[in-house]
Design a protein around this ligand. Sequence first.
Ligand SMILES: Nc1ncnc2c1ncn2[C@@H]1O[C@H](COP(=O)(O)OP(=O)(O)OP(=O)(O)O)[C@@H](O)[C@H]1O
Length: 409
Amino acid sequence: MAMPIHLEGTTLEGGGQLLRLATCLSALTSAPITITNIRAKRSGGGGLKAQHLTSVQWLGNASNARLSGVGLKSKEITFTPQSRTVSRLEWSNEGDVHIKQSTPGSVNLVLQAVLPYMLFANVGSADVEVGKEIRVKITGGTNVSNSPSCDYIEQVLAPMLSLIGIPPIKTQIHSRGWSQGGARLGSVTYSITPLSKPLPAFQLCDRGDVKSIRATIIAPKDAELRFRDELDVMFERREENIFRNTQPDVQVTFEDSMHEKRYYLLLVATTTTGVRLGRDWLYDHAVRAGKVDTVISNVVKKVSEDLIEEVDHAGCVDEYMRDQLVVFQALAVGKSNVYGGKRKEVLLEPSLHAKTAHWVAKEIIDVDFDNDGGCEGVGFGADQNYNTAESVVEQNLAHGLEKLEVAGC
Ligand SMILES: Nc1ncnc2c1ncn2[C@@H]1O[C@H](COP(=O)(O)OP(=O)(O)OP(=O)(O)O)[C@@H](O)[C@H]1O
């Protein structure tokens, strides 16, 4: 049997993302891995939290893996996938998957671990019903600090994945789960259509101009007017920083957060080439009586400044999207390019999360990322049943998607 690939869990960012990506790639490729010192630099002693455990166990089941050392707080695990095909087909034929967490761990970090597996596991399998959706219901936190919110998934990640050739992902939030204002469980269903053929290389090189902004406010009902006013004033003042060459187009939606300590704002810019850039904040400081106005103005100030920084660099991905696209570049057929933008004429460095994802992908499937965001993917599944470039393009067109081809990459 092959020796497991050893990954030192404290490398670079050294958080849960390293574990999620490593176990996902291992499950897909059947390469056994051992991860040591998992999250060892994180506060609270590190090791697997419930959210990480859920992801590892689900991927283990799906890929029929032998798991060793896997439990709450484990700092070292070995993940040895046994067979790919049998269990892959088992779950995908069902159509419904329910991943339950008993804590409000981020549902979207669980999604981050399982989504590439769900999309790619059946690539090249002749038995798969093309176009058959998997509905994945995940219980946990829908809005959790330091993780993508369901709103970000729906408004940024899913449209960006469509842009690179992944069949559209639908989001249905049943109830919200929060890490702020008292822990609370929620649930969401994502409808995902697995790829049946390899993902063609994709090019995200031309950002275009910002053509619209969508603001999603979730806050206590009695803060609605104040929040909307604060946003109006900000958009008036920052119009030129955001829209530059285009007519301002702003849409604002409001949802009652049902708790006096839950304030959330997401701003999403959509550009003329279909790129989405998002920044958000789930307010995580104390909300003092009589200080609601300060909270609102802090939230609007921070999120709008963060978004303007993303607009300024002219790249095709926001800070978070950059690391979340790495796995798709690594698995695609041929060279994909993702332009990360410039500051003062110098290419923006990938974030530590992005560098970590590059490192994990290199260790497990031996792909390299260059400084300007290019990566020659392994062409996952291309050596199986369907391996012509034309058939790949046909498949994506059948999903109603166009490949984004932009000159200058
Ligand atoms: N506001 C945000 N919007 C979108 N994505 C986010 C946001 N904040 C963090 N992320 C993404 O969430 C992931 C967080 O990975 P990280 O390793 O920090 O997670 P974790 O499992 O919580 O680990 P740890 O508890 O060890 O920090 C990254 O992919 C990052 O890009």
